[in-house]
Design a protein. Structure first.
Length: 163
């Protein structure tokens, strides 16, 4: 019974938060594509369950994070978690599309949440520009990491498991 009450309370709070939003101008993320990466930059008014105060990352901040991904991901990925039958992420970084979300954490640091997924050309749609891609398994085809803009540091690498 307690579990049902908890679930109902969560749904009620989530529903109230969604319907309480007054800024509904979000239509599509900023699509920022270069020779090295293909990313979607989500604005602060995009609804998501990301903690803390939200902000819209700039392209210059994305460039900083992308440099860190290219140079520091291999070290952070040294244990190769969930990469025994799927790609090793730092070796195939160019194959992933990325979604960027900005927030300020409890310490006041500006954090970029970088949501990454394997770019499959034949299944590619613009959905990744309008909503966060969330998958519960899939191994290293789906992963995310955070970049602390103030400390210039990658952290909290999380690679999906397998079903």
């Amino acid at each position: 019974m307690t579990r049902i009450i908890t679930i109902l309370t969560f749904l009620l709070l989530t529903t109230c938060e969604v319907f309480g939003q007054t800024d509904t101008t979000f239509k599509k993320a900023d699509h920022y594509k270069t020779k090295r990466f293909d990313v979607a930059i989500f604005p602060s008014n995009y609804l998501d369950l990301i903690p803390g105060q939200r902000f819209t990352p700039t392209r210059q901040e994305i460039n900083q994070a992308e440099i860190s991904l290219a140079t520091d991901l291999k070290t952070l990925n040294n244990q190769l978690v969930n990469q025994f039958s799927t790609p090793i992420i730092h070796k195939k970084l160019h194959k992933y599309k990325r979604q960027y979300f900005g927030y300020i954490d409890k310490n006041g640091d500006r954090i970029l949440l970088i949501n990454c997924f394997w770019a499959k050309d034949k299944y590619d749609t613009d959905r990744w520009l309008t909503s966060r891609i969330l998958v519960l398994d899939g191994g290293s085809y789906y992963w995310n990491v955070k970049f602390n803009l103030d400390k210039k540091q990658l952290l909290d690498l999380d690679i999906n498991g397998y079903a």
